[in-house]
Design a protein around this ligand. Structure first.
Ligand SMILES: *[C@@H]1O[C@H](CO)[C@@H](O)[C@H](O)[C@H]1NC(C)=O
Ligand SMILES: *[C@@H]1O[C@H](CO)[C@@H](O)[C@H](O)[C@H]1NC(C)=O
Ligand SMILES: *[C@@H]1O[C@H](CO)[C@@H](O)[C@H](O)[C@H]1NC(C)=O
Ligand SMILES: *[C@@H]1O[C@H](CO)[C@@H](O)[C@H](O)[C@H]1NC(C)=O
Ligand SMILES: *[C@@H]1O[C@H](CO)[C@@H](O)[C@H](O)[C@H]1NC(C)=O
Ligand SMILES: *[C@@H]1O[C@H](CO)[C@@H](O)[C@H](O)[C@H]1NC(C)=O
Length: 478
């Protein structure tokens, strides 16, 4: 049954003329900073280890803005289109040209779950969409040409804050998810479950052969629903929308350790199967993995060697990876984190060169300074300082620039980095000042304290570091 539908869809997406890339039905909302939609904005493509657009190398200065779909809704508890416009303006002013967003969120058949995005795109079970959430994504994507921005669009999540892999397993098995440690919003502490038990549960999404046919079929149906969707605002199919920089398989798919050496084969099977399916629906967009790439060279190769993966992905998290000590006011653990960052960027650069593909640091983040404070409500307000974060962000900018072919580097110094995206933009949002379980929609997903890793519109020192990642002047130097 599905084979026929896939063939039809493939034909449509692969053969539409390029001229349909920018929708003509779109009518802009007045906005002070928005520019006219750029004409002939090409699809971003990869040649060797560089990205290109409109005949020029394309360098990504990105922001994580996973809230896009929910904030883009016309109504309801999460919709806030005026905020989106102000946030995109704020980012565009700082030279940000790419946002990384989610095009997936799953609810549970077992009732409301803790620390989840609501409303969800798929509220109850596979294939049943909340159209009003999809329209939020339509509306968001329709804004991007006005800000000369592209989007990296993630199609799933390993972590439960949007449902993700574990929710697919829960649908397939009827069992509840064994949640890992999460933020308890009422008591203002991290609390709860066993991390390894959760990892093992979620990895069944691609590592349990008894479930794979089912979970992978549901996941492919979701991919088809997103990639071939006709945008209700612009009339353009997502697969024909040049504002999409890349499709991402999943936010942070984790390696499979429980099955020994066979884990490589299992993870590769899923990546290759998924990426080749996306490419069959949409041969023009880049495809990336969503990998953190924290497990060394062999796993990096396993996750990026499929011929259908055209852009490498990595993330860098000093606190989560045990380099940064958040209770130490000295600069010592920040310096240590930065030395680990340099090693990491250098390695990923080399491994990407070996695979002859560009690489983007799709996430890097550091919490606001919080030493001397309990991790209570006041620790992550905009008034909390960001001295360590700024030091770290500046080091990221230097390191990524140094390992890109940008900014006056000659071709003999061939490099693989094509950009970086900070985690995460809260824009004009602010965390609550009293304990509440309501979603704050800052840059922090609901399983983490609101404001923790957020960059606010008022964080000028941080935003000016971001603005220097790839300034127009530096790009023009090439
Ligand atoms: C849009 O971004 C591209 C880089 O991708 C740049 O070359 C172009 O000048 C920008 N257009 C406008 C109108 O700023
Ligand atoms: C999964 O599908 C494949 C190919 O159709 C089939 O060979 C295999 O037996 C199926 N596995 C299970 C557990 O159903
Ligand atoms: C990757 O997927 C493609 C398309 O499904 C398939 O032809 C190819 O054999 C796969 N590669 C490997 C090494 O399995
Ligand atoms: C973190 O820093 C604090 C303050 O300097 C120190 O007491 C603590 O031992 C450090 N923790 C680790 C794991 O190094
Ligand atoms: C940490 O570094 C910042 C700037 O890099 C500096 O202003 C500050 O004095 C340093 N703090 C300590 C405790 O050394
Ligand atoms: C931050 O930068 C914006 C934009 O340049 C400016 O309007 C605002 O006054 C600055 N805020 C602070 C606190 O410096």
């Amino acid at each position: 049954m599905y084979a026929g539908a896939w063939l039809l869809v493939t034909a449509l997406c692969a053969t539409l003329p390029l001229a349909l890339g920018v929708g003509s039905r779109y009518r802009p909302v007045d906005s002070q900073y928005a520019m006219a939609a750029p004409h002939n904005a090409e699809f971003v493509s990869a040649k060797g280890t560089r990205l290109w657009r409109n005949g020029k190398p394309y360098y990504v200065s990105g922001a994580n803005y996973w809230q896009a779909m929910n904030l883009g809704m016309a109504h309801g508890p999460s919709g806030d289109r005026q905020r989106v416009l102000r946030d995109l303006e704020g980012l565009a002013l700082r030279g940000v040209n790419m946002v990384r967003i989610l095009a997936a969120s799953e609810g549970s058949q077992l009732g409301r779950q803790p620390d989840r995005l609501y409303p969800a795109l798929v509220p109850l079970g596979p294939g049943e969409y909340d159209e009003s959430v999809f329209v939020g994504l339509d509306w968001f994507l329709a804004q991007l040409p006005r800000f000369n921005m592209t989007a990296t669009v993630s199609l799933s999540n390993y972590w439960t804050w949007s449902g993700g892999a574990a929710q697919y397993v829960s649908w397939a098995t009827g069992t509840p998810i064994p949640y890992p440690v999460q933020w308890d919003h009422l008591n203002q502490v991290f609390a709860g479950g066993d991390y390894q038990r959760f990892l093992d549960y979620a990895s069944r999404f691609y590592a349990d052969s008894a479930l794979y046919n089912t979970t992978q079929r549901w996941y492919k149906e979701h991919i088809r629903a997103v990639v071939t969707r006709e945008n209700s605002v612009t009339g353009t199919r997502y697969c024909d929308d040049s504002s999409v920089l890349a499709w991402e398989l999943m936010n942070e798919p984790q390696i499979i350790e429980s099955v020994g050496a066979d884990g490589h084969a299992q993870l590769f099977r899923w990546i290759n199967d998924t990426a080749s399916y996306i490419a069959s629906l949409d041969p023009r967009h880049l495809i990336t993995t969503g990998a953190e790439s924290k497990n060394g060279r062999t796993w990096f190769s396993t996750m990026h060697k499929s011929p259908h993966i055209t852009l490498a992905s990595c993330h860098f998290w000093p606190l989560n990876w045990g380099y940064y000590n958040s209770t130490d006011p000295s600069n010592q653990s920040t310096e240590y984190s930065i030395s680990k960052l340099h090693d990491f960027v250098q390695n990923i650069n080399q491994w990407s060169l070996d695979l002859n593909m560009p690489s983007i640091l799709f996430e890097y983040g550091l919490m606001r300074d919080s030493w001397g404070q309990s991790s209570g409500l006041n620790a992550y307000l905009p008034s909390a300082p960001v001295t360590h974060r700024d030091k770290f962000f500046a080091a990221v900018a230097d390191s990524v620039r140094e390992h890109s072919s940008c900014c006056g580097q000659s071709d003999s110094a061939r490099q693989a980095f094509a950009g970086a995206a900070f985690w995460a933009y809260a824009g004009i949002a602010r965390p609550p000042v009293a304990p509440t379980e309501q979603i704050a929609w800052t840059g922090d997903p609901p399983h983490e304290p609101p404001g923790w890793n957020s960059v606010y519109d008022s964080d000028n020192s941080t935003l000016s570091i971001i603005a220097n990642l790839f300034s127009q002047r530096q790009v023009a130097d090439i």
